[in-house]
Unconditional design. Structure first.
Length: 426
């Protein structure tokens, strides 16, 4: 099996992030950071490392149960410690019309929480030598403005610093096929214009998502959806996850329907009411069901246990070799807590994380923070009737997942309560 194999065991998985010495650390339950034991992790390994507030009946469990009882939460929350589920709760209905409740087996729309998938895919190809992070758009694609083709790099797009501006999407358009979605977003991305010099934070440019997906397709000869299915979902054993189409959303009993609140306060199943749009100023007019399939580079669906598998696959070599995994989550630029531009200014969850963290940075398509002396890697997403957040606490082996299918849930506050419970702040 080549130099990456030792007695039939994949060498990358054996080493993980910690290098050769990690075998002893893992046996003791303490991961290594930068080739040496992390002190907080070592201390945690010598105890049960389960904060009381994370347990069933603890503060976090009670908080979510109260929200559900008040009609403010429908979905799933999960806390996992080193691969073992500590807390799993499900509330509300995945499909009211068919009487299907939410549960661990239910896949939820990820919205922007799925964006880091294309960053992982890019790094897999970089690891294989099929592209360089300093390659420009024009290295692989044609039809882009000269300033973009020759000066905007893959790294710029993954960090949100391309300086590009993309026209607003037509949120009222109802797509009818995968081909239509693919062709639309190819044309849309090519309408991007240089707004500022590369290296400058962008105004939430959709081209920064669409173009890397096109590069993945140009390099691999596969659609973005197929590449991620085979090289991320399948590798991780994420059997309940995928890029489902609207017909699947309507008929598959394991996919949660999004319940969107209208201006009169009522709720409708967005997928079954494509003529309705959100009145929310942030999501004005949108309806996630109008997309026949999520745009390349964005979205997707996943169950809570599958997102835990994804998190663990980042650390054990399943998805990326150690150095590329470190590159994925490594801090690239500081995030300002209030209106300072960049990722924080255009993603409210990132801005709030930056405000509450000791320090917060943009990594590749996700913010990473230092909270109470621990690294916290997280990505959130929202759409009408949709909320998602997955958080990795690498120093202590925790993973938190929040999946929501009804408007009105305070996603940020739930995430904050989760972090307090895991880091022992509450």
């Amino acid at each position: 099996m080549g130099s990456d194999s030792v007695n039939g065991v994949n060498r990358r998985r054996l080493l993980g992030w910690g290098g050769l010495a990690a075998a002893g650390a893992v046996a003791a339950g303490a991961p290594l950071l930068g080739g040496r034991p992390d002190r907080s992790a070592v201390a945690a390994a010598n105890s049960d490392a389960i904060p009381p507030d994370t347990r069933p009946g603890g503060a976090y469990d009670r908080y979510v149960a109260k929200l559900a009882a008040e009609g403010k939460f429908s979905g799933v929350v999960m806390l996992s410690h080193r691969g073992r589920t500590v807390l799993s709760r499900s509330y509300g209905m995945a499909d009211k019309e068919k009487g299907i409740p939410n549960g661990e087996n239910i896949a939820f729309s990820l919205a922007s929480a799925g964006k880091p998938l294309h960053a992982v895919a890019i790094l897999q190809l970089a690891q294989q030598g099929k592209l360089k992070l300093y390659d420009t758009v024009g290295t692989f694609l044609t039809g882009y403005a000269k300033e973009i083709a020759e000066k905007v790099t893959i790294h710029h797009m993954l960090t949100g610093t391309s300086g590009m501006k993309t026209p607003d999407e037509d949120v009222k358009r109802i797509f009818q096929s995968q081909k239509e979605v693919h062709e639309f977003y190819e044309r849309w991305a090519r309408q991007a214009t240089p707004e500022a010099p590369p290296g400058t934070s962008s105004s939430h440019s959709g081209a920064e998502v669409a173009i890397p997906a096109q590069i993945i397709e140009a390099v691999t000869g596969q659609t973005y959806w197929d590449y991620v299915q085979e090289n991320i979902f399948k590798r991780c054993g994420m059997t309940g996850s995928g890029f489902y189409t609207r017909p699947q959303w309507l008929t598959d009993a394991h996919i949660a329907h999004p319940y969107m609140q209208l201006s009169d306060g009522s709720y409708v199943d967005a997928v079954r009411n494509l003529d309705k749009g959100s009145p929310s100023p942030f999501l004005l007019g949108k309806n996630p069901g109008r997309a026949f399939i999520d745009a390349p580079g964005d979205g997707g669906f996943a169950t809570a246990p599958d997102l835990v598998k994804f998190a663990r696959a980042l650390s054990d070599g399943t998805l990326l070799d150690r150095h590329y995994a470190e590159l994925f989550t490594g801090p690239k630029l500081p995030l300002a807590p209030e209106g300072g531009g960049g990722l924080a200014a255009k993603r409210s969850a990132a801005a709030k994380r930056a405000a509450s963290a000791d320090a917060s940075f943009g990594a590749y398509q996700m913010p990473v923070s230092i909270v109470s002396g621990q690294w916290v890697w997280a990505r959130a997403g929202a759409n009408p009737g949709v909320g998602a957040n997955w958080t990795i606490y690498p120093d202590t082996g925790w993973v938190g997942v929040i999946l929501i299918n009804r408007d009105g849930a305070p996603l940020w506050e739930i995430t904050e309560q989760e972090t307090r419970a895991v880091t022992g702040q509450s």
